[in-house]
Design a protein around this ligand. Structure first.
Ligand code: PEP
Length: 252
């Protein structure tokens, strides 16, 4: 099970140090789940260092450029991310797609670059409210998956983790029902298996909080969660992780 924290454009280095200190005290080392942090690029090295004694915690970047180097002001290559201690990269987050105009094709180039650079991509897919209301959820998710993963080797598909994040649920307080999320997860899982994955991992994201984590994780189609707002304080994030782990270990 994976609990992934997307800090977005929040939490600088000194706050990250304080966060990590309190978090490792509140959340003991455990082998049955991993915790992933996606800090801002300027906070990455500090976060990596702060969690260096915790093998259950991994850190990554929120975005990458697909080129190995060059004149791309403001962008970060996979090699630069890796050199700063990242072992993960978020790719195709809806804010990159919808606020920064990232195309399906660019998302695909980023996934390939991340895999070739030896990092684990966490590929985000999900429909907008308009697409959902038109009944296009499955078609949109499938198109985003196909465009992002086209031409990859089965070995690369096996290393890719996918997050289903309905755009209308991100930062809005609205979540997909656990049953709706599970239906989309099943489609994603089946596609990944068709393309060569053996035990695909599919996370859910979109206004996940300590008070809905238990009902979401009751759906065994969910292999974990990707969380924005509720990952920004040690109190909410540690409570969400603790409740999530307990939900999975306690038979329903
Ligand atoms: C996200 O940023 O990926 C996300 C799911 O945000 P939030 O949990 O705030 O909806």
């Amino acid at each position: 099970m994976i609990f992934a924290a997307n800090w977005k454009m929040n939490i600088g280095p000194s706050e990250a140090r304080r966060f990590a200190k309190a978090f490792v005290e509140a959340v003991p080392l455990q082998s049955r789940r991993e915790i992933w942090f996606f800090p801002s690029a300027v906070t990455l090295t500090t976060t990596v260092k702060a969690f260096r004694d915790r093998p259950d915690i991994r850190c990554g970047v929120q975005d990458v450029h697909w080129a190995p180097d060059g004149a791309f002001t403001g962008a970060i290559s996979v090699a630069l991310a890796a050199a700063s201690g990242a072992t993960l990269a978020l790719v195709g987050h809806s804010e990159r797609r919808h606020l920064f105009g990232e195309s399906d094709d660019e998302t695909g180039k980023k996934v390939r670059a991340v895999l070739e650079g030896g990092l684990t991509p966490l590929l985000c897919v999900g429909e907008t409210l308009e697409e959902r209301e038109r009944g296009d959820t499955m078609a949109v998710v499938l198109r985003q998956l196909e465009m992002a993963l086209a031409g990859l080797e089965p070995e690369q598909i096996r290393r890719t983790v996918v997050a289903y994040e309905p755009v209308w649920a991100i930062g809005t307080g609205r979540t997909a029902t656990p049953e709706d999320a599970a239906r989309v997860h099943a489609l994603i899982r089946a596609s990944l298996v068709d393309w060569g994955a053996t035990t695909p991992k599919v996370l859910y994201g979109g206004s996940v909080k300590p008070d809905n984590i238990v009902s979401l994780l009751a759906q065994h189609e969910l292999d974990g969660v990707l969380v924005g707002g509720a990952s920004l304080t040690t109190a909410t994030w540690s409570s969400l992780v603790a409740k999530g782990v307990e939900a999975r270990l306690t038979p329903q």
